[in-house]
Design a protein around this ligand. Sequence first.
Ligand code: URA
Length: 236
Amino acid sequence: MKSIRLDKFLADSQLGTRSEVRQLLKKGLVSVNGEMVKKPEFKIDPASDRVCFDGKEVSSQQEVYYMLNKPAGVVSATRDNHDRTVLDLLPPGDRRPDLFPVGRLDKDTTGLLLITNDGALSHRLLSPRRHVDKTYFVRVNGRIREETVEAFRKGIDIGDEKITLPAELKPLGEDQALVTIREGRFHQIKRMFHAAGCEVTGLKRLTMGSLVLDENLPEGSFRRLTEEELFRLRQE
Ligand code: URA
C-alpha cells in the first residue's frame, strides 16, 4: 500500500521543510528503491520502500506527536464504519497509516487528545500501574456537594471489581468542577458522578500528565507537540 507523499515523508524525517525538500528532489538527490525520484507527489509506503538521500537511507521510523483539541461528535479510533474519527480531522497531508490516539475520549467528550505513532510512549502513559493524572472540566446536572468531593477522594464503587482510586474534585460552583483521575476506566467520570447522584452534561479534558491543552488551539485542530512538551511527557 503506497500511502504517503515523498516530500511529506522527507519533511517528517527532518530533512527540511516541504519546499527545501522539493529542491533536494529537483536536484536528483533522492532515490526510492534505488531509482531516482524527482516528483514530490510520488507516493511511498514507509513500511516497505527504501528511501535514500545522497546515498544514505532515510529512517521511516520517524515518530510524530500531535495535540488535538477534540470536538464532540468524533470517535477516538483509527477507523469506524459510522462516525468520523479523530484521525479524519488531520489535514490529508499529515495523515499517516501508523497514527493512533493515546487512549479514548467518549464521542461527546472534548479537549486534549494525544495522537502519535509512538507505541512505547502510549503504552507508558496508559499503563494502569503508572497512574498518570488526567484533569477534566466537568459540568453536571445536580449539585456538587461537600459529600461528593469526599466520596471522590475516598474512591467510589462504580460497579467494577474495585472501587476507583482517590480522585480530586474541585468545585467551581454548584454544577461545575475540575476533576483529576489517575485511571482510565470506561466512562469513568460519568459513572463516578452517576454513582454520586449527578449526571455529566459536559466533559472536557484539560491535561494528561504534564501535557496541558493549548488554549489557543481551536476545537478540531491539531498542532505538533513542542520539544519541551515531549521531553516532559517522556519523563512521566
Ligand atoms: N471519563 C468519561 O466518562 N468519559 C471520557 O471521555 C473520559 C473520562
